[in-house]
Design a protein around this ligand. Structure first.
Ligand code: FES
Length: 146
């Protein structure tokens, strides 16, 4: 169990130090800003959706290791999937970090299951996902984790 916990911490640190899909997206079709009022951290998520598929995604902003790593992992999971599949991933992630379901083996989302004991950390982990959802629904105002 301890080894697994360390592996999850390594995944989070690695994505924090080397975030995937970080930066601006040219020809974005969807965009949203997310805000965690507890700390003031903000995140921008941009998508290029063609048909019903997320062709490309970028995020940028600043935040703690968990929020940045979660955003990075999220982009790797939703790039290339359909909007419906991205919504399903959002739902599964949400249930994992709230402790409502257990992640499957080798599930990257499992790295964030440890936040379930810390409500403020749940907000860090879900910031990017709430912002993704807002972008998919073209929500104009800044979404918050509150
Ligand atoms: Fe700001 Fe985690 S402390 S998002």
């Amino acid at each position: 169990m301890e080894e697994l916990r360390e592996l999850y911490q390594q995944i989070i640190l690695e994505h924090y130090r080397n975030p995937r899909n970080f930066g601006e997206l040219s020809e974005a079709t969807h965009r949203a800003e997310g805000n965690n009022p507890l700390c003031g951290d903000r995140l921008t998520v941009e998508l290029r959706v063609l048909g019903d598929r997320i062709e490309d995604i970028r995020f940028r902003g600043s935040g703690c290791a968990i929020s940045q790593a979660s955003a990075s992992v999220m982009t790797t999971l939703v790039k290339g999937v359909t909007v419906e599949e991205a919504e399903a991933l959002f739902e599964r992630f949400h249930r994992i970090v709230l402790g409502e379901t257990e992640p499957e083996a080798l599930d990257l989302l499992a790295a964030f299951a440890g936040v379930r004991e810390f409500p403020s950390r749940v907000k860090c982990a879900t910031l990017a996902w709430h912002t993704l959802r807002a972008a998919l629904h073209n929500v104009a105002e800044v979404v918050t984790t509150e």
